[in-house]
Design a protein around this ligand. Structure first.
Ligand code: NIG
Ligand code: FE
Length: 430
């Protein structure tokens, strides 16, 4: 590094760097986005070589050959967006549930009736690895077009060892061939499969004794997640799975207190989860436990919107109590069938009450912390990966304000141009 510049992005009207601080941002820190006027970024070997005011960056690279230049035309540039919670790989879709939803049947009622997650489990079991790959790749392309350069992906629609491994293998193959970087999470405890109906404890044993060790042996996931909810997995079952996962060396996450206040947030804090998700029904005691442990709250406002819930996660209270907040699509075929992180940014603003600055923090540096990747992504700093987005927008507030459309013009991942003028331009195989 240091003899040439591979890429110089210049004429950046507003450059949101997210620089400053080390841990996940909390409280007031969530509003500090490290914005630079008239900025530039110089990239070498896929990493950021220099970033700052254009005049300073040009001075730093004076005399070095520049292989490619990108003119941001006075627009906004941010770090590559990070979707920290998705159920990317799955078979089928569930538009047939829309009618039930309009009739007022709830998400948990649909699940209890063998639909919901269990319907997607059937489709996923029936699908071949190739079919799952093709479908997930289309979604990943859409995510990239909308500015996501790093995406977490959970299993949990197989619910047998073989079908969970099949999903995780697809995630691994996509990570090897697609420019979007994937972070894999094993979520065998996403629902109790029909074969184990009324025998949830036995299924928990299978997850703990068979699935977790095999996923670990094959190195197919970094994290383990559990759906802790009434009618799904109890706090005790969740504790058992996550404790076993932690002992095996997995990072741990928890779908907590989405619909009923079960004490999931407390459990996440107590066990030292890297993140706790949903949290609509979480109490202040739960937030306090998360704050003590530094657990990132991953709020999923597209899910509450799509489930037609009347309440939202209390993101403002979390911020008040010092809990770091991230937001994410929760992309999945049931509760949140959208790949658009930009829609989530609007909902984060309008439904969770986050400011545009807090929103961008929640989809960059705090999202990076939620998936253990803050040392390489989530901010534009010297030495970090050159993952960035040029928007067709002049400032941050414009993104959540002008909603429901795609503002992305250009995406750079690890220094490579992967979206140009709103179109995919990456070469297959990275
Ligand atoms: O995070 N809450 C549990 N799991 C997913 C939904 C999965 C589905 O409905 O297929 C979620 O919302
Ligand atoms: Fe989820």
């Amino acid at each position: 590094m240091g003899d040439r510049i591979d890429l110089l992005v210049h004429n950046i009207g507003r450059l949101v760097t997210m620089q400053g601080g080390s841990g996940p941002r909390t409280g007031e820190e969530m509003t500090r986005v490290g914005e630079i006027r008239q900025g530039a970024i110089a990239v070498a070997d896929g990493k950021i070589f220099a970033v700052g005011e254009e005049a300073e960056v040009r001075a730093q690279i004076a005399g070095m050959p520049v292989l490619r230049e990108l003119d941001a035309r006075g627009n906004l540039v941010t770090p590559g967006l990070i979707d920290s919670h998705t159920h990317l790989v799955h078979g089928g879709s569930r538009e047939h549930e829309l009618d039930l939803k309009l009739k007022g049947v709830s998400y948990l009622e649909i699940l209890a009736g063998g639909g919901g997650i269990l319907s997607t489990v059937r489709s996923t079991r029936e699908a071949t690895e190739q079919q799952l790959y093709a479908k997930a790749k289309r979604s990943l392309d859409t995510m990239l077009l909308y500015g996501a350069t790093t995406v977490e992906a959970k299993s949990g629609y197989g619910l047998t060892l073989a079908d969970e491994l099949k999903q995780l293998q697809v995630t691994r193959s996509l990570n090897e061939s697609h420019p979007v970087e994937l972070v894999s999470t094993f979520m065998g405890a996403h629902a109790v499969p029909v074969e184990y109906k009324d025998r949830a404890d036995e299924y928990v044993e299978l997850v703990v004794n068979v699935m977790l060790p095999e996923v670990k042996r094959q190195g197919l996931a970094e994290f383990c997640d559990v759906f802790c909810e009434h009618g799904v997995f109890t706090v005790e079952q969740s504790r058992k799975i996550l404790t076993a996962a932690k002992e095996l060396g997995f990072g741990i996450k928890l779908h907590a207190d989405e619909i009923e206040p079960m004490g999931g947030a407390q459990l996440a804090g107590e066990l030292g989860c890297i993140s706790a998700e949903h949290l609509l029904a979480a109490t202040d005691e739960g937030f306090a436990a998360m704050q003590r442990a530094g657990t990132v709250a991953v709020c999923l406002p597209a899910t509450s919107f799509n489930l037609r819930l009347k309440t939202h996660a209390r993101a403002r209270r979390m911020i008040e109590l010092g809990v770091p907040v991230a937001i994410s699509t929760d992309y999945n075929p049931g509760s949140s069938p959208t790949e658009s992180i930009q829609l989530v940014m609007t909902l984060g603003c309008l439904n969770l009450g986050l400011t545009p600055e807090e929103v961008i923090t929640a989809v960059t540096i705090n999202a990076a912390h939620a998936i253990g990747k803050a040392d390489t992504v989530g901010s534009l700093e010297v030495g970090k990966q050159a993952d960035l987005v040029i928007f067709n927008a002049e400032n941050l507030a414009y993104l959540p304000y002008h909603f429901g459309i795609n503002h992305v013009n250009t995406v750079v991942k690890k220094g490579n141009l992967v979206v140009s003028e709103g179109n995919l331009v990456y070469e297959a195989g990275k």
